[in-house]
Design a protein around this ligand. Structure first.
Ligand SMILES: Cc1ncc(COP(=O)(O)O)c(C=O)c1O
Length: 379
């Protein structure tokens, strides 16, 4: 096997000519700050693509989650049910508003927040006169959480569902875009996401007032006066017009990126799916996953090994792969948090590996990666 001279990254940015054209235009008109025509167009294009009524472009997905929790009235001391198998940007904003994250385990089929455990947590809270203030499922690796099942528990009790679709742009649940139908939804344009603005996020909702006020808070809650007048505390969370210009170009190629991400996943399945002890994340019939990352599961009893061995074998060839998100309830910073469930998320974490999934990956490179995995397994 030949050593890869150039590193293969897990999910690097993939930019093209249109992004450069849009950025050049933003420079030419001198709108580079968090105000300008590209920002407005990026939001409008996002709404047209997702079918969600309103959206505000922000500096990160984490900022979008913070504003969502604030807009939906989460208060200090409240409980917020969150997925344990997720990235910390989904959860840390709960602490920003002084609330307590309560971790919910994954279901085995979708790897996402288990609605049965949510029902248990909500009923227990109800009996104590302490309903959660919000439920925040993550659409993990571009797979949609079961929003209908969660809404059936939450809607009658007036609990808002905020979908963390940071990884799921372009994914669909029952024919609608990921996050559509929730009280609010959050997206990330971090450099490793399916499309990027080099760092950025979006908060979306069908509620125009929620987005109007979130936009106000994102620009330091400045009142319409000639001087700087403030009646509430806001944040410096708005995306810059220059980043939005990149986003306009990226949105135009999103469907192309999803098509390639799905091809990459299919090639991994073709190359490794028959190997004993290797499994891949299945797509539910009701969804279209964007396959942001191709994620493999390794059965240690059958393979006699663990994902770290594979990760090191790939690293030796200058190829980046990564363990799954370490569940939040195992993070030292959340040692005292409450949780519902057993060890489903833990098991995904200890058995899983995210394989290189960049949309510039060639089929030959995927085949080499499959070879390295098989050799590491002694197959
Ligand atoms: C599930 C999830 N939630 C939230 C975030 C936070 O997004 P950002 O990095 O844009 O703040 C990310 C990604 O980074 C994520 O993967």
């Amino acid at each position: 096997m030949t050593q890869n001279k150039e590193r293969i990254f897990l999910s690097p940015p993939h930019l093209g000519d249109e992004e450069l054209r849009q950025v050049t235009e933003a420079f030419a008109i001198n709108y580079i700050a968090p105000i300008g025509p590209h920002l407005e167009r990026f939001e409008a294009d996002f709404c047209a693509y997702t079918g969600i009524g309103h959206a505000v472009a922000l500096s990160s997905g984490t900022a979008a989650m913070h504003l969502a929790l604030r807009e939906l009235g989460v208060q200090p001391g409240d409980d917020v049910l969150v997925s344990t198998l997720t990235f910390i940007g989904s959860v840390s904003p709960v602490t920003f508003v002084g609330a307590n994250p309560v971790f919910i385990d994954s279901e085995t089929s979708s790897w996402n927040m288990d609605p049965a455990l949510v029902e248990k947590a909500v009923r227990e809270g109800e009996n104590k006169g302490r309903l959660p203030a919000a439920v925040v499922p993550t659409d993990l690796y571009g797979h949609c959480a079961d929003l209908d099942a969660l809404q059936a528990i939450c809607k009658p009790r007036g609990i808002p569902v905020i979908v963390d679709s940071a990884e799921a742009l372009g994914a669909q649940y029952k024919g609608a875009h990921a996050g559509k139908g929730a009280a609010a939804s959050v997206y990330s344009f971090n450099g490793n996401k399916i499309i990027t603005t080099g760092g950025g996020g979006m908060l979306a909702s069908d509620d125009p007032e929620l987005i109007r006020h979130a936009r106000h808070l994102s620009t330091q809650a400045r009142e319409p006066a000639p001087w700087y007048e403030h009646v509430e505390i806001g944040y410096n969370y708005r995306l810059s017009n220059i980043s939005a210009a990149i986003g306009i170009g990226q949105l135009q190629v999103l469907e192309e990126r999803i098509r390639r991400k799905r091809e990459i996943f299919d090639r991994y399945v073709a190359g490794l799916g028959e190997t004993p002890g290797i499994h891949f994340m299945a797509e539910a019939p009701s969804e279209r996953c964007n396959r942001w990352l191709s994620v493999m599961q390794l059965d240690p009893d059958i393979t006699g090994t663990n994902p770290e061995v594979i990760r090191c074998a790939l690293e030796a060839e200058n190829i980046e792969s990564r363990p799954l998100w370490k569940p939040m309830h195992l993070q030292p910073v959340f040692a005292d948090a409450r949780r519902y469930g057993g060890s489903v998320a833990e098991s995904f974490f200890t058995r899983g590996l995210c394989l290189p999934s960049g949309t510039r990956l060639t089929n030959d490179q995927i085949d080499v990666i499959c070879d390295i995995v098989r050799i590491a397994l002694g197959q």
